[in-house]
Design a protein around this ligand. Structure first.
Ligand SMILES: Cc1cc2nc3c(=O)[nH]c(=O)nc-3n(C[C@H](O)[C@H](O)[C@H](O)COP(=O)(O)O)c2cc1C
Length: 310
């Protein structure tokens, strides 16, 4: 099956976000408005291949059939571990794997993984080749460079010469983190590079898009897909084709659904769930008072009590 070939130009993706896009939140976004593709949070290959780390890795890779099309994202530094993990993903029913070459987290970079791979291109190439051997659709998600924007041409050429099925570019460097505006001015040049080196690779644009309409001009230029991350925090309905206002009741319903899923999948501990509350309890009169009450809750049960008193 040609995983990436099934999507029409302008396809949309919910970005992989550690601590956010787990099995519960993906289903929340699917209920609000589905993007064309979901990604898992990133899973470490060392963790997957070790007996001790495997249960945690498997938990991060849980999904329901309704979440397909779904891409599993993995990170690490050892090519043979990527292969073993990708083979495992195949057994778990995944059709597509994405290699993280963009994470700027200092713990990840210290291992040489994530955006650390931008500084070791030969290793990055080995990782792509090794992962591909598992036979899954194989894609890469990365940034323009490590320190300087000017690195983009060499770095993205290195990746494109390996002909990944898709390449997502977050249009910033590792050093820029998310502190400056994404360098959209480079999009036409990156499209040209893709057309020259690997025309079949689907090019996905990422960085600062709040809704698909924001990236439509890039699709018209020749990009294939649009990936949205933080936009979903500002509007869980951000993938709507025809955006409309959503009522307080709709947002509260969505939050209740999130609570139900957190419970259904037995996700622990409770406190990280509170980070999501501002997504739902926002932009309506009295929202900040309700949020304050919710922040003091210690369980899903208590959160439900706050909601039922509204
Ligand atoms: C909380 C958080 C967690 C993230 N975790 C991941 C991750 O696991 N893998 C990854 O490739 N990118 C990760 N990212 C980066 C996003 O996928 C995306 O590239 C970035 O947020 C820029 O897109 P945006 O402006 O649409 O948010 C994360 C971003 C955030 C905010």
């Amino acid at each position: 099956m040609d995983f990436w070939g099934q999507f029409k130009p302008g396809f949309t993706i919910l970005a992989p976000m550690e601590g956010v896009t787990d099995i519960a939140f993906r289903q929340v976004v699917a209920k609000a408005t589905r993007p064309d593709i979901f990604y898992t949070e990133f899973t470490n290959v060392n963790s997957y291949v070790s007996e001790k780390g495997r249960p945690n890795a498997l938990e991060r890779l849980r999904y329901e059939e309704t979440e397909r099309p779904l891409v599993a994202q993995i990170w690490g530094t050892q090519p043979e571990m990527f292969l073993e993990t990708a083979q495992g993903l195949k057994q778990l029913g995944f059709q597509a794997v994405d290699i993280n070459m963009g994470c700027p987290d200092r713990h990840v970079v210290a291992t040489g993984g994530g955006s650390g791979l931008i500084r070791t291109p030969a290793r990055a190439v080995e990782i792509i080749r090794s992962t591909k051997m598992a036979g899954l659709a194989t894609s890469v998600k990365t940034r323009l460079g490590y320190t300087y924007v000017e690195e983009w041409k060499d770095w993205l050429s290195t990746i494109l010469n390996e002909h990944p099925d898709a390449l997502t570019v977050h249009f910033r460097t590792k050093k820029e983190m998310s502190k400056v505006a994404a360098h959209y001015e480079l999009i036409p040049d990156v499209i040209k590079l893709r057309d020259k080196l690997s025309p079949k690779t689907k090019l996905v644009i990422n960085g600062d898009l709040e809704r698909p309409a924001d990236g439509q001009k890039f699709i018209e230029m020749g990009a294939d897909g649009l990936m949205i991350g933080r936009g979903v925090f500002h509007n869980p309905f951000c993938f709507e084709k025809e955006p409309r206002e959503h009522t307080r009741e709709e947002l509260i319903e969505l939050m209740k659904y999130h609570l139900d899923l957190y419970e259904k999948y037995n996700i622990t501990p409770y406190d990280p769930l509170k980070h999501f509350y501002k997504i739902y309890i926002n932009n309506f009169p009295g929202a900040s008072d309700i949020r304050e009450k919710l922040m003091q809750t210690k369980s899903i049960l208590e959160a439900r009590e706050v909601l039922s008193s509204l």
